[in-house]
Design a protein around this ligand. Structure first.
Ligand code: PRP
Ligand code: URA
Length: 209
């Protein structure tokens, strides 16, 4: 059974406050999203197993630990998930990046797929799906469906903010998935926006509004 983890590290919470602030401009917004994604990478990889190896320090032979043969795939949901990729890659540089293009139809709030390009060995990788916003959960559920249909065996979902409605939708559709979020906000408004939220993540990242 998957769990929802609220990442309450003070650095994450501090930076999220400025991400939420409507007076934060696009440049600072992008930098903060990248920084928070990097901090989240630290938490999301906490369960990666280690193996012992022998190395030579300048002083003597020593047993030390490295991550045990993990192959990671980052899967940002376009567009806004792109804002989290570089932060994650800073800490997991060997990860491959697959992209899933989904947009939310503004009338129905249902996700519409327009792009998909995944690494060829997706089934062997621990996948980390990235999307700053888990609102109705439609986009995340669709992306995870998509990955499972292609044989993915290990998937985690990472978002900056989640609405209770989105968490419920993912838990119901994909009870095996762990969700990592910086906050569980109050509710969704009539336009499907997270309240208090941060507004439209894609528009704030790319300056399209
Ligand atoms: C936003 C956001 C998520 C989705 C979340 O994308 O980045 O992908 O909405 O909403 P949901 O949980 O209700 O599906 P949007 O459709 O605005 O596209 P964009 O990232 O291209 O701006
Ligand atoms: N997508 C966003 O970008 N913001 C929300 O609040 C909900 C969905």
């Amino acid at each position: 059974m998957g769990k929802t983890h609220v990442l309450d590290h003070p650095l994450i919470q501090h930076k999220l406050t400025f991400i939420r602030d409507k007076n934060t401009g696009a440049k600072e917004f992008r930098e903060l999203v990248e920084e928070v994604a990097m901090l989240m990478a630290y938490e999301v990889t906490r369960d990666f197993p280690l193996e012992k190896i022998e190395i030579e320090t300048p002083v003597q032979t020593a047993e030390a630990h490295i991550i045990a043969g993990r192959k990671v795939g980052l899967v940002p949901i376009l567009r806004a998930g792109l804002g989290m990729v570089n932060g994650m890659l800073n800490l997991i540089p060997a990860a491959k990046v697959g992209h899933i293009g989904l947009y939310r139809d503004p009338e129905t709030l249902k996700p519409v797929e327009y792009y998909c390009k995944l690494p060829p060995d997706t089934t062997e990788r621990d996948l980390i799906v990235l999307d700053p916003m888990l609102a109705t959960g439609g986009s995340a559920v669709a992306a995870i469906n998509f990955l499972k249909k292609r044989g993915a065996r290990s998937i985690k979902l990472v978002c900056l903010l989640a609405a209770p409605e989105g968490i419920k939708a993912v838990e119901e559709a994909h009870p095996d998935i762990d969700i990592f979020t910086g906050s569980i906000d109050s509710y969704l408004n009539d336009h499907g926006y997270i309240v208090p939220g941060l507004g439209d993540a894609g528009d704030r990242l790319f300056g399209t509004k």
